[in-house]
Design a protein around this ligand. Structure first.
Ligand SMILES: Nc1ncnc2c1ncn2[C@@H]1O[C@H](COP(=O)(O)OP(=O)(O)OP(=O)(O)O)[C@@H](O)[C@H]1O
Ligand SMILES: [Mg+2]
Length: 519
């Protein structure tokens, strides 16, 4: 290296320092230009940077009397390639220049010049031209130019790479920031390292007051234990994620957040960060309750139309019969037996209306009594007693297997009504007679009351609908379809459950499961 003088070395050292501390191409070619001026005072130079992707010169900086038409060849790759040959050996590319033709001057009236390609891994990034207004360039000058060009190439490549990752980073962060969910990343100590706009808007604080703070501080005391436990589990167990619901108030608004916490681990499997993504369920829950309200309204509408429909038929027939009687009486042409028969029909129809009204009332207003502690066997006997007439009339034998020791906190009349409805259904299912079994037993913490019949049973399709209001397969025999709806509501009021088992042609068993409080 004895050919370089100390001035050149100092300038070159400054150049090396400069190019590693700049962030854009413009600064980069300015530094290159300054160094060229310092080393080759009195020469003309031209630095061009080229984007292979965009096939164009991105930056040009020249000092000297430029022949403008000569700046163009870099646009055309083939021409450029002709002027500069880039040699390749194995996988290494060298930006070595060898002139196959005479050097193409880009400055007016120069006597000698050299063009050095700026090449990184085979990709052309630019070209540096150096021309002398008088005399000749020394071979070592050309060598120095290659050193320059190679240094520049590395720096250009770095800056372009950085820009690309920066664009990518901004793209990703844009997605995170604009997501309509709460996103936050905390480190293994629970300190916040990243949040998005959603988070910031929710807590109504500035980024600088949030980043670095313990995440616990952003949740109310009542919810911290839950969150803390989740963090511990993520640290100690090998979980993909944890889901949890957090409730808290912010000002006068209450939030219901559904959070998913996922661990970010390093290669050794050590927890580094936790990513928390939260959905504000408040709006969703509002919508849900609005939806339920509107469904209730729809059900009430349907209910009212069912009721008027049910009442219309019997009222019409009462009207028809009374008009008939009136006509007969007015015309004095009647048989007493005929009139009596019509009056009986009217009575039956009124009975039906009364039954209907009773059903509706017990459906709509079942909670008018106090809870009481009663003996279960008494309830079952009372219910059976109410049905005795029908049982005898239909030739039905009854079997009772009731644990006499069971006492229950319940609404006694509601429970009697429930059993009556089930017994009535059982009787209705056995028009040819059969056997009715009523059972009551304790099973652990539960009381099981069962009503079984040996009747006609029901199909799967029927079974699915039996608890719906006004569903009945016995409309023609006066069924309304509220019996089981009332049963289900009463069982729910007792915090119980009801199950059905049925086989067509064999019979049906209803099982009521009630919680047993032993005290
Ligand atoms: N023990 C049973 N065996 C066979 N089918 C039954 C039995 N219990 C109920 N069902 C079926 O369930 C339907 C609904 O019963 P639910 O008691 O709600 O109404 P319903 O008996 O038809 O009329 P009502 O409102 O007068 O009681 C019945 O129509 C019947 O098809
Ligand atoms: Mg019924």
């Amino acid at each position: 290296m004895g050919q370089f003088d100390s001035r050149e070395i100092v300038s070159f050292e400054e150049f090396s320092k400069g190019i590693i501390s700049v962030y854009n191409e413009e600064q980069l070619i300015k530094i290159t230009a300054n160094t060229l001026k310092a080393i080759f005072g009195g020469y003309y130079y031209c630095i061009r940077l080229f984007s292979e992707r965009e096939k164009r010169i991105t930056l040009t900086l020249a000092e000297g009397p430029v022949i403008h038409s000569e700046l163009q060849p870099m646009r055309i790759k083939e021409n450029t390639a002709k002027k500069m040959q880039v040699y390749r050996s194995d996988d290494t590319y060298y930006g070595v220049v060898e002139y196959t033709e005479k050097y193409h001057h880009i400055f007016k009236d120069t006597t000698d010049g050299t063009g050095t390609p700026v090449v990184f891994k085979g990709e052309l990034l630019g070209l540096i031209n150096l021309e002398s207004p008088s005399g000749f360039l020394k071979p070592e000058d050309k060598l120095l130019m290659i050193l320059f060009a190679n240094q520049l190439a590395v720096s250009v490549n770095n800056i372009r790479l950085l820009n690309r990752t920066d664009v990518y980073r901004r793209f990703l962060y844009g997605i995170i920031d604009n997501a309509a969910v709460l996103i936050s990343v905390v480190d293994s100590d629970g300190k916040i390292v990243l949040i998005n706009k959603f988070f910031k808007d929710r807590v109504q604080m500035e980024f600088r007051d949030i980043i670095g703070q313990p995440v616990m501080g952003f949740f109310p005391a009542s919810q911290r234990l839950k969150l803390h436990r989740a963090f511990l589990r993520l640290k100690s167990e090998n979980l993909d994620h944890i889901n949890l619901n957090l409730m808290f108030k912010q000002g006068d608004r209450e939030f219901n957040m559904n959070m998913t916490l996922s661990p970010l681990k390093d290669e050794a499997g050590e927890l580094q960060h936790i990513v928390a993504i939260g959905m504000d369920m408040t709006e969703f829950l509002d919508l849900k309750s609005q939806y339920e309200d509107s469904r209730k309204l729809a059900t009430i509408g349907e209910f009212v139309s069912q009721i008027s429909h049910e009442l219309n038929n019997p009222i019409t027939s009462i009207k028809v019969y009374s008009e008939y009687i009136k006509k007969r009486l007015q015309s004095h042409t009647y048989a007493e037996s005929d009139i009596l028969e019509k009056v009986e029909r009217i009575e039956n129809t009124i009975d039906r209306i009364q039954y209907f009204v009773k059903s509706i009332v017990s459906y709509a207003k079942p909670f008018s009594e106090e809870r009481e502690r009663v003996k279960l066997a008494n309830i079952l006997n009372q219910a059976l007693y109410f049905c005795q007439y029908l049982i005898e009339k239909n030739n039905i034998e009854t079997v009772m297997t009731v644990d006499q020791s069971i006492f229950l906190m319940c609404y006694p009349n509601q429970l009697i009504q429930t059993i009556v409805n089930l017994i009535t259904n059982a009787i209705n299912a056995m028009p040819e007679g059969g056997s009715l079994t009523i059972g009551a037993k304790l099973e652990g913490e539960k009381v099981i009351v069962s009503i079984s019949d040996t009747g006609y049973g029901m199909s799967e399709e029927t079974r699915k609908k039996i608890f719906e209001p006004f569903f009945s397969t016995r409309k023609s025999e006066g069924g309304i379809g509220l019996g089981l709806t009332i049963v289900r509501n009463a069982v729910l009021a007792h915090n119980g459950n009801i199950e059905v088992e049925s086989e067509v042609g064999k019979g049906t068993t209803f099982r009521i499961i009630l919680p047993y409080e032993n005290d």
